[in-house]
Design a protein around this ligand. Sequence first.
Ligand code: COA
Length: 221
Amino acid sequence: MAASLSSDDVIEVRVVSPAESSQLLEFLLEHYYREEPLTVGTSPPSQPDQADRDFLLSHIPNQTCLTLRLKESGRIVAAAVAGSKDANEGQHLEEYAKEFVGTKWGRIVNLLTQVELLSNVCARYQVSHALHIHALGVDASMRGQSLGARVIKAMEEQARKLGYPLICLDCTSIYSAQLVKRLGYQLVSSLKYAEYTNEEGIQLIQVPPPHERVQTYALKL
Ligand code: COA
C-alpha cells in the first residue's frame, strides 16, 4: 500500500464541487474533527458545532477545498479546506466570534482570533491577501505516507492558479507543524495552549499531548 500510494497513477487531486460537500463533511468528521486538537480540547470533545461545519463547507464555491482520492474507487484519502483573508482578518474574526459567545465554536474562534492578531501574515509579508488553510486531514489508516504533504502541495498549486501571493496555516497539531516545516514553510508565530487563559489564569482549551501550541506557518508563492 505504501509504495502504490506514492504514484500519481493511483491518486488524483480534485477541487471539491458543491455536489461533493456531504462527502467532504463525512470525511472531515471521521478523519479531521475526531483528532484535531482544538475540537478535541473543547467540550463536547471531537463534536464540531454546526457553525464550525458550515464555516468549512462555505469555502467550497471558492474552489479552495481539495481532496485526494483513490482513482480506482473514488475513496477520499486526504482533504484540505482553505479560504481567503486580508490584513483585517483579526478584526473580522473578533466581530465573527461575537455571534458565537458561549458556544464551543465561539471558544475556538476566540483562540484563532488571538492567533491571527499575533501572526497577521498579510501585514508581515506585505501582501494584500493570502490563502489560509483552515483544515487538513488524512485518512487515519493512511498516515505517514506523505498524503498530507501532497494535499498541501496541491493547495499551493491551486493558490498560485487563483493568484494568491502567500499561503499559510495555523498548525494546531504537532504533526501538521512538522509536516509544513519539512515543506519549507516559515514559522511566523506560536501560542502555547497553557498560556491561553482567562483573567483568573484558568486555561481555556485543554489540548491533550503531544500537542502543546498553535504554530502559524507561511510560504510565499
Ligand atoms: N497521530 C499519530 N501519529 C501521526 C499522526 C497522528 N494524528 N499524524 C501523523 N503521524 C505520524 C505518521 O504516522 C508518521 O509516522 P512515521 O514517521 O513513524 O511513519 C509521521 O507522523 C509523519 O507523518 P506525515 O506523513 O507527516 O503525516 P500525514 O500527512 O499522514 O498526516 C495530518 C498529518 C496532520 C494530516 C494528520 O495527523 C491528521 O489528519 N490529523 C488529524 C487532523 C489534524 O489534526 N489536522 C491538523 C490540524 S492543523
